[in-house]
Design a protein around this ligand. Structure first.
Ligand SMILES: [Zn+2]
Length: 164
């Protein structure tokens, strides 16, 4: 109180302006940062997140090997209850390939080996090609993933993969 009384009017005003404007600017900058961060997150994570959510709705019943759609609810644990009545529903990876290396629109839901305790890479039961986690949907002109034979030929017999 006593200090502000000793200041000249202009320096007091300047200090006041600086404080108010400084606060306003730092608040605005903070808000801007948050907005930019949210936009970046939406841009980078949004689409792939949406894709993975929609993909996660395809499950495979490990008992019958039949695909079914399932909406994941909060508190769900894997495996989820499958149409066969048992808790044998595992999230499926989608394979978009045909045996002759063409892209198909109606993907095959594939049960990954790692979910059912099997070792080694998973190959699509329909086209026999390699299926990986978060199997990407192919872009037009993309190279098809290797078949089981091609895969093992590339890896020189695949002794390393058999241990995995
Ligand atoms: Zn396939």
């Amino acid at each position: 109180m006593a200090l502000s009384g000793t200041r000249t009017e202009s320096s007091g005003l300047r200090a006041f302006m600086n404080t108010r404007r400084g606060n306003a600017i730092s608040i605005a900058a903070g808000i801007l940062l948050v907005v930019v961060a949210v936009l970046i997150l939406k841009k980078n994570i949004g689409p792939s997140d949406a894709v993975s959510i929609s993909r996660d709705r395809m499950f495979v019943d490990a008992k019958t090997m039949k695909p079914f759609s399932y909406e994941i609810k909060a508190g769900d644990t894997f495996p989820v209850k499958a149409p066969s009545g048992d808790k044998t529903g595992y999230p499926a990876e989608l394979c978009f390939w045909t045996k002759d290396g063409k892209i198909k629109n109606d993907p095959t839901a594939v049960l990954m080996n790692r979910f059912v305790g099997k070792s080694g890479p998973t190959f699509c039961p329909d086209c026999g090609r390699l299926v990986v986690g978060h199997n990407p949907a192919p872009a037009p002109g993309a190279k098809p993933p290797p078949t089981e034979t091609e895969y093992h030929a590339q890896k020189g017999g695949g002794s390393r993969d058999e241990r995995e």
